[in-house]
Structures are given as C-alpha cells and as structure tokens.
Unconditional design. Structure first.
Length: 181
C-alpha cells in the first residue's frame, strides 16, 4: 500500500521500473479501460487500447519522467479513443464517398446489397485467420497503419508483417474468387 500511496501523492517525477509499472497497471487499468470504452462503446477495441497504452508506457519507461501518472494515462486513453474514432469516421467517409454517386445509378440497391454481402463475407473470412495474421490485417486495413507502424506496435519485423499480409490476402483472394465468377 505504501507504493500506491507514493504514486498517487508524491509530486516528484516518477521513474518506471518493473515494480512501479505493475503497481500503476493494477491501480489504473480499470479506469483507463472505462475511459476508452465510454468514448468508443466497443469492448475489444477498448481492451486493445488499454494494452497499447501500457505497452507504450513500458517501452518508453527509460525516457519518461512523469510528474502525474494519472493525468498521463487519462490523456493517453483519450488520445487513443480519439484516434480510433478518427480512423473509423475516415473509413465511413470513404465508404460513403464510394456510394455517393450511387443515387444516379439504376441498380443502386443491388450494388449496396452486393457490397454488404461482400463486406460480411470478408469479415467472416478475416475472423477465421490465425490470431497474429488477423491482427496484422486489421491494423493495416481497418486502422490504416503502415507495415513499419504495425511491426513496431506488435514488436515483430516488417518482413513478418509482410508475410501475414500476404497470407491474409491470399486467403481472401482464394475464398472470394467464386464471389466474382
């Protein structure tokens, strides 16, 4: 308990070591999850955000000197939620732009139905991918991250990211080829 008290009441700079990190994680993970979830209203992405925040805290521990860990974590959670929402809005705008001219088309409803069917089939196929492969694919296609960003985030090589993307796209290509024939 004395370690917890030192973290919350001490106004000196906090250096992150293993014990401090574990204490901070146990003290704040629920609060950080709540902030993420309350902003995006999605369970799994909110959990991933919390993991990303604490992973970043651990990876940057040598360079960070924090005066108020609570404020740092809250800002990080709000930023992650904002980033997620921004990416999702951007993705939705792209989809809307794709169908913007659809009102001038005689088969607009059919195109939308085909698009929704294809999107659903892609989502089902992506969910069948191995965990790491699925994670890499979603980070690339849904979050718009570069191979370098994905490699850094998952602590794998860019070559591994390329491998997973090739594998994912291959599975999609093979399974969707009947959709277009």
């Amino acid at each position: 308990m004395s370690g917890n008290k030192a973290i919350t009441e001490n106004h000196d700079l906090i250096r992150i070591d293993k014990q401090t990190f574990e204490t901070v994680y146990h003290m704040y993970w629920e609060k950080i999850y709540a902030i993420c979830y309350n902003n995006i209203h999605e369970t799994e992405p909110a959990k991933e955000m919390v993991q990303d925040i604490f992973k970043s805290l651990w990876e940057r521990r040598a360079e960070l000197e924090l005066g108020n860990i609570n404020n740092y974590l809250i800002r990080a959670a709000k930023f992650k939620a904002f980033e997620y929402i921004r990416n999702k809005v951007s993705q939705q705008k792209h989809i809307c732009n794709k169908f913007e001219g659809c009102s001038h088309s005689s088969n607009c409803t059919e195109e939308k139905i085909n698009y929704n069917n294809l999107k659903e089939k892609v989502n089902v196929l992506v969910d069948t991918l191995p965990c790491q492969c699925r994670r890499v694919f979603k980070m690339s296609r849904e979050q718009g991250m570069s191979n370098k960003q994905i490699a850094s985030s998952l602590l794998i090589s860019e070559r591994a990211v390329e491998y997973h993307m090739t594998k994912a796209l291959g599975v999609l290509r093979v399974n969707l080829s009947n959709h277009f024939t």
